[in-house]
Design a protein around this ligand. Structure first.
Ligand SMILES: NC(=O)CCC(=O)C(=O)O
Length: 272
């Protein structure tokens, strides 16, 4: 399976229409280059580090950006993980929400970021927290399950317990979208590999690049296999990162080096 991570330059001086146009153009380019699953970064339209514009730019779940992503998935005949948007619910709450559409334009999954970033960004003060670890099956054309995908957003990466829950729900691949500052690049790279190694799953991590609220974003989108090998890694420049995945390698890795089986034998998990 060929995947593409669109490492978009999130430039908040660009107007919303131009940013949407750029994102859709990049999705089309990736699909033309053969990607079957395309991923955009966290809050690529709204920015992730300045809460001020969020209230004005928030959209309902089926708003303009969701519609655009849905159409792009259909036009390109791909599965599109649309990064995340600021979702406004009917009661006025805001969520950092990811939407995934299939090639028929069906919403495969919606995930509201569970762990909000409260350090220097204000997300925890403005956004509500999601409550549901989310996985969804990726289907082949004959409707057989190709793999099960778990979703996470940026700061979620720091919480291994969330990824264990995704694993327990059947995840064989993690798709994480982010806007991560350059000064914590080594945390990013280390934690991505740790999540892949400890859960023996693919990790596809799509990050924004550019500067947000005076902080340089790290980019360094990456694709990591279930053994923890980095299959592809971007630098800090805007780019689209491609990788070819062998989905059978998850089962092979788990069989050859069965740490997850041993975990299930622990008394507290097995009920022994
Ligand atoms: N957008 C985020 O969640 C930022 C997380 C981050 O910078 C960190 O965990 O470090």
């Amino acid at each position: 399976m060929k995947v593409a991570l669109v490492q978009l330059d999130v430039d908040l001086d660009r107007d919303l229409a131009a940013t949407r146009e750029l994102a859709v153009a990049k999705v089309h380019e990736a699909a033309e280059d053969g990607a079957e699953l395309v991923v955009l970064p966290e809050l690529w339209l709204h920015g992730a580090f300045d809460p001020e514009p969020w209230v004005q730019t928030a959209e309902p779940l089926h708003g303009e950006t969701a519609q655009l992503l849905r159409e792009a998935a259909m036009d390109c005949g791909i599965v599109l993980h649309g990064g995340s948007i600021v979702e406004r619910t009917p009661d006025g709450s805001l969520y950092n929400t990811s939407l995934v559409f299939d090639a028929e334009g069906e919403l495969l999954a919606g995930y509201r970021k569970i762990y909000r970033f409260g350090f220097d960004q204000g997300e925890a003060a403005v956004m509500s927290a999601g409550e549901h670890p989310t996985v969804f099956p990726l289907l082949d054309i004959d409707d057989s399950v190709l793999t099960t995908v778990g979703l996470a957003t940026c700061y979620d990466l720091r919480f291994p317990e969330l990824h264990r829950q995704l694993l327990d729900q059947g995840a064989e691949m993690l798709v994480l979208v982010a806007a991560w500052p350059e000064r914590r690049l080594e945390h990013w790279r280390t934690l991505l590999r740790a999540r892949a190694i400890e859960n023996q799953m693919y990790v596809l991590a799509c990050a924004a690049t550019g500067t947000q609220a005076g902080q340089r974003m790290t980019g360094h989108s990456a694709v990591i296999d279930p053994w923890g090998e980095v299959l592809a890694e971007a630098d800090a420049e805007p780019t689209t990162l491609f990788a070819e995945l062998d989905l059978s390698s998850v089962a092979k890795t788990r069989e050859r080096f069965p740490v997850l089986r041993d975990r299930l034998r622990q008394p507290e998990n097995s009920g022994e």
